[in-house]
Structures are given as structure tokens and as C-alpha cells.
Design a protein around this ligand. Sequence first.
Ligand code: PLP
Length: 472
Amino acid sequence: MNSEEFRKYGKELIDFVAEYMETNEKYSVKSTVVPGDIFSQLPSVPPDNPESFETIIKDFHDLIIPGITHWQSPNFYAYFSSNNSYESILGELLSSALGVHAFSWETSPAATELEEMMMIWLRDMISLPNQFVGVIQDTASTSTLCSLLTAREQKFKKNPLLKRSEISNFRVYCSTEAHSSIERAVHITGIGKQNLVKIATNSDFSMNIDLLENYLNNDLRNGFIPLCVVSAIGTTGSLAVDPVDKISEIAKKYDLWHHVDAAYSGNAMILDEYKYLSNLVKDCDTFVFNPHKWLFINFDFSAYFVRDKEALISTFEILPEYLKTSQGNSVNNYRDWGIQLGRRFRALKAWFVIRSYGVSGLKEKLRYHNYLAELIYNKVVESNDFELMAPFFMNLVCFRFKPDDLLNEDEINRINEDLLQKINSTGKLFLTKTKLNNKTTLRMVTGTTRANEKYVLDAWHHIERLAQQYKN
Ligand code: PLP
């Protein structure tokens, strides 16, 4: 492709993107293809000869779009949102064009220094204490893995007599509602899933810290080595908030590393009404939240903060001759702040988004999303056929269908599973579920960029209508 063609097709695709962003509700929000549908339409060998870009774009529309689940559709209420914005897309475009690897300061000083400043902006936006320094990771899973690797290495560093083989006695603690990325990180670090202690929760699905202390004392008596506790600000199931400040006190008492997973709800900490959450986390060691979920900076962009930058760097630092630079450690070389060497220039899209919206604009959008969820919450509370399954928080409503004449829990679970299938198979909405107290729970998250009152209320009426068939 030459520059003339690039301009031509670039304009065409920008037009498509603009239209897509304004009209993506016209698609079935959840792709209706069956497994293998897309694969079977793709040639099994790459083309020997060049193909025209026109044909390629046509195939994108004909083959790929039908297999897309439309995360940016206002009818997407599943998982947690992963919203985007025009500004972010343009930031990605420029980042692709520059194609830099931001691993050493000199591989692109602007990429490093903009990242440094964006992490200061984000840290201050969520009111984390200024001892924290941040780095962009791809996902919360990676951030949590970095935290556990750092905890592990710090344990050995501070206890030089401890043998590496003792790792099989390390213990990590989190609640039964914690995200699966913690279990995966415990596995990858070599500590072993059997050493992840899952603490039962209180009635609001937050970690029961009396039980945490019981487990810690028991483990110490039995020769285990408590290493780390991971607490949550906003669990995936129901946005439960662990007593993070109390967990910090326990972490101090038992010499535990304390990581806070605020992947989704951390975004709402930019709002004054959630300042108290920032106060809860001020004594933790590491903290992660994902602006790629709810701050209009499109995937991927995970904001990882550490109190002790040297502890992080010493975990990953490795310096072959070919990576040595004349600036040495007088600058940030992000290659040593995580697992990967090559790193994309992700700060650019954050810069575009935060400047274009302004912090006040971001706050306004998030408050609006919370207001939309409140509309659904009110519908659930007012209804005789639905019930709330967890305390309502931010923009997630956890509910289930349960008319008065349905009493058998297994039957209620079965009907809710079936109802969810029906809701999603219409292509009009996409919701996901979880289990809370063993009860099938439908989750509705109002966090897409285009969410509005009409979409949300239409969605509720649709759910109500579909549920009617289960009434006697
Ligand atoms: N932690 C929580 C609380 C989450 O809800 C999620 C995903 O939704 C994650 C971690 C994992 O996020 P990521 O996909 O960025 O690894």
C-alpha cells in the first residue's frame, strides 16, 4: 500500500469507525455465529500473491463483523464494560504509526515521560498518596502477577536464610469472591494454588477479617509462611469492598505484602463521593485499576501503582550489554517495571482522553452511569417478580427473577439460567451471570460510552417481558 492508498482506505475506515460508534446498536450485541463458523470461511493457507485492500475490507465486513460481540454497543451489560472513545482510538492510531517500543527512556523519551506524567495524573485523580508511583501494564492480571512476584522476591531478600524450596510453604490470602487472576498468579509464581487460602465473606460479600486472622494464626502454628494478602475494592461478582484499611493493619502485624485489586471500581475513585475508598487503600503495598474498563481509554491500559519502586525494579531488573544506555538509572526505564521488554506507547491515548474530557467530564460520565444503574435498581426493588442479590453499588445491579410462587432454590436457579439464555439469544441485550451464595445471579453493568436512559429502560422492559413466560 502506498501513501495515496493509505489516505483513501484510511478515510474510508475512519468513516466506518465513526458510523460504527454511532450505530453499533443495530448489530446483534452478542454474536450469533456457532463455533467454527468463522474459521471454516477462512482460507487454510495465506495468499501467495498480494490481494487488493478492497477485497480485504469487504471480507472484514462479510466475515469478521458477524463474529463480533459488540462491547461498545449500548446494549452491552455483560462482565464489566470496557468502554472506549474517539480520542482513545485516535491515540491508538498515532501510537501504531509511531510504532515505538517504550522500554528504555532513550527508545522514546516522550513515551516514557508521558507515561510517567499520566500515572501521576491518574494517581492524583483517584487520590492515592503521592508515595505511590505508577506504570502502565496490559491487564490487571499482569499487575497482580507483578505484585506477587515482587512480594515473593522481597520475602527472600529480607530473609536471606530462607531457602528457595520454602516457597511451597508460602501462603497467599484473598476472599472467596476475589478474581481468578489471583489464583492464576499464585500458580505462576510457583507458590501453588494449594497455598491460596480463600477466606469466606460477610453477608455483603466482603472478606471476613476475623477468619483471615484465624487462618494466619493457624498457618503460623503449622509452619506455613504467610506471604501476601490480596484485597478487593469492587469484586467481580457484586462490587463488594473488603475492609482494606483493617486488612492493611493485619498485613502489618503479620508482615504480609498487601495488594489491592480495584480493577473496575478503582475508576470511580475519581469521584468525590468515593474518596473514602482512597482512604482505605493508603497503607497497601500495591494497587491496580483498569482505566480500560470504565475511563474511556480503550483496552489495553491497566494502571499499576507501587509504594516501593525499588522493590518492583529489583524483581525484574536484568541488564544485558545491548540494553545499557548512557542515562542509566537517572531516568525511568520501564523495561524493568514488569514482565515484558517491548511495550506499546499507551500513555498517548490516556493523554488524549483525559485532556479531551477533562476530569470533570469523566466524573460526569461516571456519575451518569451510576444514575442509570440506579434506574434498574429501583425497578428491581419495586418489582414483585425480581429481587436484589447483593448490596447495590456504583453501576452494577445484581438481581434474579423470583416471583412469589417460586420457592425451590434449584428451580429458581434453573429458571434464571434459562432466562439469561433467552435474553442473550435475542441479540437485543447481553448480560452475564455469577453465583452469589450459590444462587444464580444476573449482573447488569451500565458502563458503555453510549449508555443512556432509553437503552437501559428498554433493556429492563425486555427482561421483564421475557420473564413473564415463567409465571404460572
Ligand atoms: N480483578 C477484577 C476485580 C476484575 O473484575 C477483573 C476483570 O474483570 C480482573 C481483575 C482481571 O482484569 P484483566 O482482564 O485486566 O486482567
